[in-house]
Design a protein around this ligand. Sequence first.
Ligand code: CAA
Length: 394
Amino acid sequence: MIEALYTKKQIELQQRARALAEQVMRPVAAKHDVEQSFPWEVQAAIRDAGLYGVWIPEQYGGMGGGVLDLCLVVEEFSRACGGMGVAYAVNALGSFPILVGGTDEQKQRWLPRVASGEAMISFGLSEKAAGTDAGSMITRAEKVGNRYLINGEKKWNTGGSVASLNTIFAVTAPGRGARGISGFVVEKGSPGYRVGKHEDKMGIRCVPVVELHLENCEVPPENLLGGAEGHGFKHAMQTLDRARPGVAAQAVGLAQGALDLAMQYTHERQQFGQTIDSFQGVQWMLADMATQIEAARQLVHHAARTIDSGHKQISKLSAMCKLMATDTAMKVTTDCVQLFGGYGFCKDFPIEKYMRDAKITQIYEGTNQVQRLVIARSLLREAASSGGGGEATS
Ligand code: CAA
């Protein structure tokens, strides 16, 4: 980290996150991966360290940081364990809809609970038949008397079974497309709210990814985000614009963590009478990986700073950093496994977990194909607009 580029508060935050990751996360990462169990002791340590409030404004009980602060923490956590990185970051994904679309009363009601770590929060957008095409969701919310009744199923809900709050998107006006979708905060324990199937996953195994079943799920109208119907899709997209750098930071952390292990291993492993890091072929691989990671990290931080600056057009940079950092993570973690040779393919060494954890970063919060779509649409819009005002890139 070039210290002059970050505030004193950000440097301290990063150091705190690194210490917690090394002391609390790394020692239990393999155990929770094997058992596919949620690390409650890690959750308690993050809560006690006050780190759930990083991205939440001070007036709602948070630390008043922004997306860059979030990314610094997520990278450090993911360097030790990618699953624990996303278990933390998903609380930002779940609470951003409240931040971007909630009324002040709603922010006062829920954000302090998230900031203190009392309540974890997840994000319910996708459905079995509505993944990339999020706007084609069929979960329905109908106003019946003095409450909404929500019916449908949500898929790929990261953290859903351990969260007390869930931001759920549902159709309130069928036939109106994206403008007929609304966002709700649904509390665990609401009548008709049930956690379904737990996915058995290749990576990020310590964080539950579940289906949610909503069967005449009763939600008070005060939980309709923003107090008005029809803004849910926009709020979901604005949320993803702010949350995708978090996935990108997770990817940078995974790549850096894998490279750390590869540096150590290649310095110890001897072949032909010398450590393998003395071979130029290995050195070039290490150099390429370090360069790719640093380039990805800087794009993530640039996107995060741009979002924190209040710039209105952030979709392109957000998608670019997610695309680049997660493709980098997949390449770097695969190359690190290669450097470990046969040992890299076996579970005796932690390196294969980095490769497994990295894969999902190219898929969730929008596949990297969707990121390319978002980037291309922005480019075409910029080209079509004669008067400038394009999206931020530099
Ligand atoms: N900000 C604000 N508004 C936006 C927007 C943005 N970034 N993007 C789109 N909108 C608005 C549009 O302006 C439009 O509004 P109007 O109707 O008022 O004109 C409306 O939303 C519809 O926009 P589009 O026509 O562009 O929408 P689309 O149906 O073509 O979809 C898409 C665009 C980019 C493909 C979008 O559906 C998308 O991002 N899909 C991927 C979804 C995704 O990332 N899912 C992951 C969920 S989270 C997860 O992975 C699980 C987890 O728990 C981690």
